[in-house]
Design a protein around this ligand. Structure first.
Ligand code: GTR
Length: 417
């Protein structure tokens, strides 16, 4: 019965999208001019990496915070870590597994999360790490019955929902392969940070910060994507306490809505040396102004709690938005950025994702880095691996072993692993 309700709900959501007249026709992409990357608000062009960092970059950070994702508070809250389990013989003896409870607290109220880590037993010594959220809970990434259910899941999914099934997303987390290449992984369920429903903000980390008022939201207040971005920085704080982790080699990988959050986290936190967005689409790597697949209006209607309220004024008015997503990717420079698309994932606009990576180039070139040198998309399974990376693979919206193989190659190149 519950499965049936879920199915009917999905059908309803799909038909709402269908009614929105989504454009999947390249010839109907409007002519557009992207907002300037290197031209400052005073009209001056930046010509050096130093000018970019001093002048233009802060302007763009401010625009993304005030018009798109909302402002991350300057204040911090307390985070306590408690080691729940440690298994030195995980993955058939190849890795050490730790589960660590995070308690976020403001003294009056708290929320909880569980981080799941796998660290390769070989090589000995410090290893690079991939940080990334999972969608359905830590238990969904493995069939290992010692892995605990993520606390956030119970807020969004009734018992019996398919997401509770152990190992339901192991395909997205090929731990053996990642560990085999010498990388650690740290994952957490994104619902632990902001349970992904508009009415659950009160259970999110946002509700712990000074100034939070459930009745009142300022137009530039942060929302779910901002919270997820902050959560990944708190994971990095913890990784800095782990003796096996090489903190100069931290990569963040996010899929879809978490690809959006990963880019925003990467723009804000320089400790992410590699930022990977997989199938992130609208509000992630895709250029808004192409209006191909999901648009600002569609995403704001379906997910009113993801972006700041100011962003809603750009529903169907992409051309008025003072930024576009090539600028978000450029904010990550000179650190490495990788964008991955899937051929059948037209909703996320693969071409728009590619073009943003291409159009971020001028900032990377200020640092003398290797950019994508032509605006023609590469063929399927022909990854580009410069300082900006990109691939498009066959298939649907998902994270596959092929994607991970490319992420590992990209990390291998830049971390010299
Ligand atoms: C879709 C949404 C996309 C993407 C995706 C996901 O429903 O429209 O923007 O975020 O969810 O996260 O899987």
């Amino acid at each position: 019965m519950k499965n049936l309700t879920y199915f009917i709900l999905c059908l309803a959501v799909t038909s709402i999208y269908a009614q929105q007249n989504v454009n999947y026709d390249e010839s109907k992409v409007p002519a557009y001019t992207l907002p300037e990357l290197l031209k400052c608000q005073n009209g001056e062009m930046v010509t050096t990496a130093e000018e970019w960092e001093k002048q233009r970059r802060p302007e763009l950070m401010e625009l993304f915070a005030s018009h798109v994702y909302g402002r991350t508070p300057a204040e911090s809250i307390d985070v306590y870590h408690e080691l729940l389990t440690e298994n030195p013989e995980a993955l058939g003896g190849k890795a050490t597994c730790r589960q660590v409870k995070f308690t976020f607290s403001n003294g009056n109220k708290k929320t909880e999360a569980i981080l799941l880590m796998y660290i390769p037993n070989k090589p000995k010594g410090k290893v690079p790490v991939f940080v990334g959220y999972n969608f359905n809970g830590n238990h969904s990434t493995t069939t290992d019955t010692t892995i605990l259910y993520s606390p956030g899941l119970r807020l969004v999914r009734e018992p019996g929902h398919p997401d509770w099934e152990r190992g339901n997303q192991t395909n997205r987390w090929p731990y053996d392969m990642i560990i085999g290449r010498g990388y650690a992984v740290a994952t957490m369920c994104y619902h632990d940070i902001f349970p992904d429903k508009p009415e659950l903000k009160d259970h999110s980390v946002i509700s712990l910060f000074p100034g939070y008022d459930p009745q009142k939201t300022a137009p530039d207040d942060w929302q779910a994507i901002g919270a997820w971005a902050l959560g990944s920085s708190r994971i990095v704080d913890f990784l800095e306490t782990q003796k096996e982790i090489d903190t100069d080699k931290i990569a963040i990988m996010g899929h879809s809505r978490q690809g959006k959050a990963a880019l925003w986290a990467g723009a804000q936190d320089p400790r992410f040396r590699i930022v990977i967005s997989n199938n992130s689409g609208c509000g992630g790597a895709a250029l808004f102004r192409r209006k191909f697949g999901e648009t600002i209006e569609i995403i704001n209607k379906a997910f009113p709690h993801w972006f700041c309220e100011n962003f809603h004024q750009y529903n169907n008015k992409e051309e008025w938005l003072p930024v576009d997503q090539h600028q978000l990717l450029a904010l990550i420079a000179p650190r490495k950025v990788y964008v991955a698309s899937a051929e059948e994932d037209l909703w996320a606009d693969p071409r728009g994702e590619f073009l943003a990576a291409y159009d971020a180039g001028p900032v990377y070139r200020l640092y003398g880095l290797e950019t994508i040198n032509q605006d023609k998309m590469p063929g399927l399974h022909k990854p580009i691996m410069g300082d900006i990376g990109y691939h498009i693979r066959a298939g649907k919206h998902d994270v596959t072993e092929y994607d991970w193989a490319c992420f590992l190659d990209f990390a291998g190149k830049h971390f010299k692993n």
